[in-house]
Design a protein around this ligand. Sequence first.
Ligand code: GAP
Length: 513
Amino acid sequence: MAKQEDLFKNVVSHAKEYGFIFPSSEVYDGLSAVYDYAQNGVELKNNIRQYWWKAMVQMHENIVGLDAAILMHPTTWKASGHVDAFNDPLIDNKDSKKRYRADVLIEDYAEKLNQKAEKEIEKARARYGEAFNEQEFVTTNARVMEYKSRNREILERMGRSLGNNDLEDVKALIEELEIADPETGSRNWTDVKQFNLMFGTKLGASADNAMDLYLRPETAQGIFVNFLNVQKSGRMKVPFGIAQTGKAFRNEIVARQFIFRMREFEQMEMQFFVRPGEEMKWYDYWKQTRLNWHLSLGLGVTNYRFHDHEKLAHYANAAADIEFNFPFGFKELEGIHSRTDFDLKAHEQYSGRKLQYFDPELNENYVPYVVETSVGLDRMFLAVFSTSLKEETLEDGSTRTVLALPSVLAPTKAAVLPLIKRDGLPELAQKIVDDLKWDFNMAYDEKDAVGRRYRRQDALGTPFCITVDHQTLEDQTVTIRHRDSMKQDRVAIASLRQIIDSEVNMRHWLMKM
Ligand code: GAP
């Protein structure tokens, strides 16, 4: 655990030191759970967004994009259920005065049981080696079965209690499990209360006639209210999707863990409109397709798992998370939700307008069902960044810090370094930058010894360093150094574009899906 905490601390300090993420308004000591993306962070974030947009919008002929406003008519949030039901159950510890999400306390407890089961499985795997049959072990070993069934029972009971808004039972469960304040160990809890997460604001200059608005807590509603506009103007045929990326705001009770849980964050969402009755087929399709998108980045198959929801949101008839192995354990990265016709029907009811589709093949009107995929852009950033940050021991015993980002996402694709600051080498290096910057985000660096410059680019995640030396003046060749292998090749300047492209082009990465 200590190791994991250290890793996480490294992630936060590396992000700051190398210009990826700063605390918001830091000169005033920051603002809780709000962050700014710095010069390298914004490039990485934009690249993640583009990787998603390419896969979801441009590679699907039946999915189009949208950029709806953050401010929406307030009735939107009444219709969507957010005014009445977008709550988290909170509980205070009377001794420490700390506030927690009651469901998270219970989930963390259940996860520990899960981890105990995983430990037993790992021990058995080490003992039996090749002959180990995990399936058989999990279904016959008494201890593993006990841990797993306790985990299930606890989550099912919590799901039922929250579903019935039985907050007394949620508290009773915390007490029965003897869950203590994680920071102080105290078990002196208040009752569980519901807390609405939406941020309010006002539209209009005068206090008398200002209109109460909300900052959107999800981007999805901007898609629902535009469903018919897009369908008609784009002549879209069901099944089709509308995708958008953008800011969302939530007044989170417990906002910790860096950019994992923020009060202002970005979502990348897609609503896929389908025929009623076909939603489960599409739900399964999108679960797998989204997992494949994550896997295409090469962060490791074992870093992902599905978690099917016990407690369904007010709009869903099925829901699953793609969880990622963050430095603090497996947590939700993306949600895939079968939202039924809840949202469109609710907007029909509250607006008095029909939001229906005429299906020419069935010759009938209906309100489509919706399957949603929703991933947090900041969480994707954290997943990619934390998994890529490595401390390596080299053959000569020295160490290096390398940010081994998937090169398609790297903020800078190549840095050009003149070996020394004279003899025309800087001018030639700058010329190479000027030529390649039409295609790739490039950097020029002439400060410090070349070895130190390599290390700096490693820490920034730059996949290639191109060094210009005296031989370059004679034969128009340079050395190109690969970030991960540190291997250096002598190549012609004329071949650089193709070499870089063959590693960073989205095509090669997305074709792995
Ligand atoms: N439209 C559905 C929806 O908003 P959600 O599970 O509440 O569903 C979707 O959010 C995704 O948004 C999550 O999987 C997570 O990646 C991201 N997300 C949610 N709350 C967040 C927060 N406070 N900070 C950062 N990302 C968040």
